[in-house]
Design a protein around this ligand. Structure first.
Ligand SMILES: C[S@@+](CC[C@H](N)C(=O)[O-])C[C@H]1O[C@@H](n2cnc3c(N)ncnc32)[C@H](O)[C@@H]1O
Length: 258
C-alpha cells in the first residue's frame, strides 16, 4: 500500500474556503431516512458529517490515515452514535464490507485520484459489489477547461499560482499550486498543492502535497461508467442546476446495469 501522501497536508484540508457547494445536492439524493450510504474517499468527513442525520448509517473509507484520524475526531466531537457513522482506513480500489448500500458517493473528484487503469477497475468492481439492486452511485470529476491536446502541451507552466488564502488564529494560511507534469497518454495531471502559514510576512510552516488527477471529458466519463456495466440515471454539470457538459463539474448518477 502507498504511504500516506496527506500525512502533513491533512490538517490544512478543511481550511479551504472554496469547496464546491455540494452538500445539499448529496442530501437531496438520499433515497430515504433508512438508507445506508457508502462514502468512498471520505477525507476529513466534510460531507459525511452533514449526511448522517438524514440516513440510517453512513460508512466512509479513506486511504489516508491522517484524513481518517481527523474524520474520526469530528465524529467523536459531534457525539454521533457509534453505529451511525463508521470510518474505515483502506483503499477504495480494494475493499469488502460484506454489505450492500442504497447510495454510494465519492464527493469532490475522488475518482480522479486513481491514476492507473487497474486502480479504476478495482474501484468499479468494489462499487458493483457494494451497491443494492435498487441503489445508485454518484461520481464527480471536474470538467477540464482545456481540450485534451491543449492539456497535454500547455497545462504545465512555470511558477506558482494562488488558489486561496485565509486568516486563522495562528496566522494567515495560503494555498498555492504548481503544475509539475502531465502523463500525456492517460491524461493524468500532477499538480503540487503548497500550503504556507505566515506570521506577518514570515513563513512559519510549509507543506507540499503531490497530487495526481486523472482527467475525464463529458463523453469519456459517461463511457467509462457504461463500460463498467452501469446504466446512467442522471447527469449534471455542477451543483447549481448547470446542464451536463456546460458547467464546471461533471456529475453522474448511475445504477447496476440490467
Ligand atoms: C479531494 S479529497 C475529498 C474528500 C471528501 N470526499 C470531500 O469531499 O471533502 C480526496 C480524498 O480521496 C482519498 N483517496 C484518494 N485515493 C484513495 C484511495 N485509493 N483509496 C481511498 N481513499 C483515497 C484521499 O485520501 C482524500 O481524502
Amino acid at each position: 500500500m502507498k504511504s500516506d501522501i496527506r500525512i502533513d497536508a491533512a490538517r490544512f484540508y478543511d481550511l479551504n474556503p472554496d469547496f464546491p457547494k455540494d452538500v445539499p445536492f448529496y442530501q437531496a439524493l438520499i433515497p430515504s431516512p433508512e438508507a445506508r450510504i457508502l462514502e468512498l474517499g471520505c477525507g476529513t468527513g466534510r460531507v459525511t458529517i452533514s449526511l448522517f442525520p438524514f440516513c440510517r448509517l453512513i460508512h466512509g473509507i479513506d486511504l489516508s490515515s491522517a484524513m481518517v484520524e481527523l474524520c474520526r475526531l469530528k465524529v467523536e466531537n459531534a457525539n454521533i452514535p457509534a453505529n451511525k457513522v463508521i470510518i474505515s482506513e483502506g483503499s477504495i480500489t480494494d475493499f469488502s464490507f460484506n454489505q450492500r448500500f442504497d447510495l454510494i458517493i465519492a464527493p469532490f473528484r475522488v475518482l480522479q485520484n486513481l491514476e492507473t487503469d487497474s486502480e479504476v477497475e478495482g474501484f468499479f468492481r468494489c462499487i458493483r459489489e457494494h451497491l443494492t439492486s435498487e441503489g445508485t452511485c454518484i461520481l464527480n470529476v471536474f470538467k477540464p477547461s482545456f481540450s485534451p491536446d491543449v492539456l497535454r502541451e500547455q497545462w504545465v507552466v512555470p511558477g506558482e499560482r494562488l488558489n486561496w488564502e485565509i486568516s486563522t488564529e495562528r496566522g494567515r494560511v495560503s494555498c498555492f499550486d504548481r503544475r509539475i507534469r502531465v502523463d500525456k497518454e492517460h491524461l493524468v495531471i500532477y499538480p503540487d498543492l503548497i500550503y504556507r502559514r505566515y506570521q506577518g510576512r514570515t513563513i512559519t510552516e510549509e507543506v507540499v502535497l503531490h497530487l495526481a488527477m486523472r482527467c475525464y471529458y463529458p463523453e469519456t466519463f459517461e463511457k467509462l461508467i457504461i463500460e463498467h456495466g452501469f446504466e446512467i440515471v442522471n447527469r449534471w454539470g455542477g451543483y447549481n442546476g448547470e446542464k451536463y457538459g456546460e458547467g464546471p463539474e461533471l456529475v453522474l448518477r448511475f445504477r447496476l446495469g440490467a
